[in-house]
Design a protein around this ligand. Structure first.
Ligand code: PLP
Length: 367
């Protein structure tokens, strides 16, 4: 799609991605640092992000399914590509063909892999408190005594690592540590981005950061040290004037208290600028009063009324008249509007914001 015609654009900073990975690597102590690049590299484009991380020294990549792994294999010829969702009959051929490593998540998956793949490499996920994927600790012990080939990696996943004071963190570390003797000589991995910040007891042999690489705040309430990776902007299509007493957008939920200037911009909920971030007229505004903001050269401007599918209105009355014109670009995410701020305004988290960026953005990669 020709970029000059796009009304919304993303700039993705691969240099910032690489710097974020180096920081995660350094914070991982003696553990090797892998990377979660599932969901198209958290929306940033795995085909660009993963090879950039490989160039930085990353050798272990985590994706959700075999399709994602197969697409990355030609770009990562020497890397280990782990499949978080494991393996099943429909994904088996692709898993073998692209030399992907399934993360076995249940006794059924373990039996399937052993019967069909023999001694080919696999990883084993043990559930230590998340109750999502993985063998129970008891099943993992039984697996280790079953006489079959050992996994190349044993792993688990934190449920609450973004809250460093949560008691489940220490409990999960304790359970995982307790299983390690059953898997002597097998590499172990426990920590995601937030888990890395729990310290060396969480690090084991390999860490698996995701969101922090893409600029997200790993630990709630702690100043974010990660460099922003994604800048999202929308084009001003029309500047219009409204009189005091008039309303704007569907449902007429915002009434102007003064004569106002409106910048109508070419981005909407179809582009991942969630409707729940509307300035008014959506249920979330009774719980989180402040809707989303944009920014013109660092000057913040609120979304007014409802965000629509392809268009969003910003109140630019307070921006000097000659500073906002049709053809200018409003920042939606970037140096002024942080991922966390934008996510909070929409009642969600940075992960969901990034992974729901739509297909219409013109994308530029900088390094
Ligand atoms: C997504 C994922 C990660 C990365 O988590 P972040 O919170 O994004 O750092 C690590 N491990 C597993 C099992 C995951 O599903």
């Amino acid at each position: 799609m020709p970029a000059p015609a796009a009304t919304t654009r993303l700039s993705i900073d691969l240099g910032a991605l690489a710097a974020n990975w180096r920081l995660m690597r350094d914070l991982s102590g003696n553990a090797r640092c892998g990377a979660a690049v599932k969901a198209d590299g958290y929306g940033t484009g795995a085909a660009q992000a993963a090879p950039r991380l490989a160039r930085e020294g990353c050798r272990d990549f985590f994706v959700a399914d075999a399709n994602e792994g197969a697409s990355l294999r030609p770009l990562l010829p020497d890397a280990r590509i782990f499949i978080l969702n494991g393996v099943f009959d429909g994904s088996f051929a692709l898993t073998l063909a692209h030399d992907l490593i399934p993360i076995i998540n249940s006794p059924d998956q373990a039996a399937f892999w052993r019967n069909n793949a023999g001694d080919r490499a696999y990883a084993l996920h043990v559930d230590t408190g998340m109750n999502r994927m993985g063998l129970t600790p008891e099943q993992a012990v039984a697996h280790s005594q079953s006489g079959g080939p050992a996994p190349c990696l044993v792993m688990s996943h934190f449920a609450c690592a973004d809250d460093s004071a949560h008691p489940l963190n220490a409990e999960q570390i304790r359970i995982f540590q307790g299983l390690r003797p059953c898997f002597a000589g097998v590499e172990a991995s426990l920590a995601n981005s937030a888990g890395i910040h729990l310290g060396s007891a969480a690090h084991h042999d390999m860490t698996r950061p995701g969101i922090a690489l893409y600029g997200g705040e790993p630990v709630s309430g702690v100043p974010n040290r990660m460099a922003p990776v994604v800048t999202a902007e929308a084009r001003v299509l029309v500047i219009r004037h409204a009189r005091a007493g008039e309303t704007v957008s569907y449902g007429a939920s915002h009434r102007f208290s003064r004569d106002s200037r409106i910048a109508v911009c070419g981005v909407g909920y179809a582009d991942g600028f969630h409707r729940s971030g509307s300035g008014s007229g959506v249920p979330l505004r009774s719980a989180v009063p402040q809707g989303a903001f944009g920014a013109f050269n660092g000057t913040r401007v609120p979304v007014i009324g409802k965000i629509t599918m392809d268009l969003t209105m910003f109140d630019v009355t307070d921006v000097p008249e000659d500073c906002v014109n049709a053809g200018d670009w409003v920042e939606l995410l970037g140096p002024t509007i942080t991922l966390e701020e934008a996510a909070t305004a929409a009642g969600t988290i940075s992960y969901e914001l990034l992974t729901s960026l739509g297909q219409r953005h013109a994308r530029t990669y900088v390094d």
